[in-house]
Design a protein around this ligand. Structure first.
Ligand SMILES: Cc1cc2nc3c(=O)[nH]c(=O)nc-3n(C[C@H](O)[C@H](O)[C@H](O)COP(=O)(O)OP(=O)(O)OC[C@H]3O[C@@H](n4cnc5c(N)ncnc54)[C@H](O)[C@@H]3O)c2cc1C
Length: 407
């Protein structure tokens, strides 16, 4: 049986908890660190539900720093995590293009590795209908981002978890944490008590004690922390993905040497092509109307037919022979309103989350920053050598811009 005294216990072995665990244990090899998850393996929560796309293309400087440095690390372990640098083709209507000029001018095509494409160049890549009709705007321009692609999110989480174990970290899977034991319970948490977490209790009644507790529970963060009086600022929102089998990939792609992930100008609909399996995965960046709740975890086929299929049919009129073969749903862990990760502490609890739909692509940086926070450092050194002031991601001294490019 595991229960014993630890220096740190991390609840949540998704990509964020596993990355944090690895960087913390690497920095503090003499400390006892336990990584806990209710699933049987690392990455089996929302990490496994993701589209697992990565990009360096964001509107906020903070997002770009977190993603670009993480991508740098991922490129170094590309085989292990099945990284495929397919690129992103972000499509804009005329109106969206004009409204985005201010953000685009802040980017550097050389450093950020992207090119701007007009309608003709886009037609050379995609069999797309560029004309507007009804709710669906025209396709006026595109940005082809080369430092983007897909990877295996499970493999990434498991890479961090196994590295953590290889440097002496301990894990406890199939361990569902139900409750915190707080000090000061006997005095009803009188304000002069120094209230902190003494331990945690799992579903079987086992107790685990540590000096510090790290909550990396993603979309479950609010559910865990609200009952002990912590407003984490992180809320869950359902997202769904649908896999379509397509008979002929030439109905979608004009140039088989280019097969980027595509962001369409309507409804935040995006496409991840897996052409070697004659498949595409489609999702949608819905917002208003989807509750900030752990509501129904099942994907809804009506959502595909009502919200996504009309967009696909409009922009890809040649795409006719497709079959819905798989569907699944998960939850984004949002930090509203800036859509940027949070690392904050109260007493001996630190929570790391709020990755707002881009946790896979930012996990390396977030793990390094969380490990620096837990060591009391003011700066973290990211994988590309840049220094990141850790207080920027706190709630108290937050200093980040709102991320506009959430899909
Ligand atoms: C449909 C969809 C598409 C996405 N696409 C992308 C994408 O293309 N690119 C990208 O970068 N991001 C994407 N994301 C977002 C990405 O999946 C998340 O940002 C990322 O997985 C967050 O990682 P995490 O470790 O914080 O959360 P999780 O992977 O959910 O890990 C949290 C862990 O905590 C555990 N846990 C929670 N409560 C308890 C408890 N009480 N006891 C024990 N264990 C507990 C859970 O079991 C879980 O394993 C997508 C998400 C969804 C839902």
């Amino acid at each position: 049986m595991i229960p014993a005294d630890f220096d740190y216990i991390i609840i949540g072995a998704g990509v964020i908890g596993s990355s944090t665990a690895f960087y913390l244990k690497s920095a503090l090899p003499g400390s006892r660190i336990l990584l806990i998850d209710r699933n049987h393996t690392a990455g089996a929560g929302n990490t496994a539900k993701s589209a697992a796309l990565y990009r360096n293309f964001f509107s906020s400087q903070t997002s770009r720093a977190l993603a670009a440095s993480s991508i740098k690390y991922y490129l170094g372990i590309c085989d292990k995590i099945h990284l495929d640098p397919i690129g992103y083709l972000w499509l804009f209507s005329k109106e969206q293009w004009e409204n985005s000029q201010k953000s685009i001018r802040q980017l550097d095509p050389m450093k950020d590795d992207f090119e701007i494409l007009g309608r003709d160049a886009i037609s050379g890549i995609l069999r797309i209908n560029s004309e507007a009709k009804g709710h669906f705007p025209d396709v006026h321009a595109g940005i082809f981002c080369h430092l983007c692609g897909s990877l295996s999110a499970m493999a990434l989480a498991q890479h961090y978890a196994s590295q953590f174990v290889s440097v002496g970290g301990e894990t406890s899977f199939d361990t569902d944490i139900k409750e915190f034991i707080l000090t000061g319970q006997d005095s009803c948490y009188a304000p002069w008590d120094d209230v902190s977490v003494e331990g945690i209790v799992d579903r079987e009644g086992n107790k685990y004690h540590a000096k510090q507790f790290i909550i990396a529970a993603g979309a479950w963060t609010h559910e865990l922390l609200a009952p002990i009086g912590i407003a984490s600022g992180i809320l869950p929102k359902k997202r769904q993905l649908f896999a379509l089998k397509i008979e002929n990939t030439a109905q979608l792609i004009a140039n088989p040497t280019k097969r980027p992930a595509i962001i369409l100008p309507a409804g935040g609909v995006y496409i991840k092509p897996i052409l070697e399996r004659n498949m595409i995965i489609v999702g949608c960046a819905d917002d208003l109307g989807q509750p900030f709740l752990m509501s129904d975890p099942e994907p809804d086929v009506r959502y595909f037919h009502n919200a996504i299929e009309p967009v696909l049919n409009h922009y890809f009129p040649g795409l006719s022979d497709y079959k819905l073969s798989l569907k699944w749903a998960g939850y984004y862990d949002y930090h509203w309103p800036d859509m940027t990760p949070v690392i904050e502490s109260v007493a001996n609890i630190t929570w790391v989350g709020g990755t707002s739909g881009s946790g896979i692509m930012k996990a390396d940086a977030v793990g390094r920053i969380a490990a620096a926070v837990l060591q009391g450092m003011e700066e973290a050194v990211l994988a590309d050598g840049t220094k990141f002031e850790v207080s920027k991601l706190t709630l108290r001294d937050r200093n980040v811009e709102k991320e506009e490019l959430i899909i």
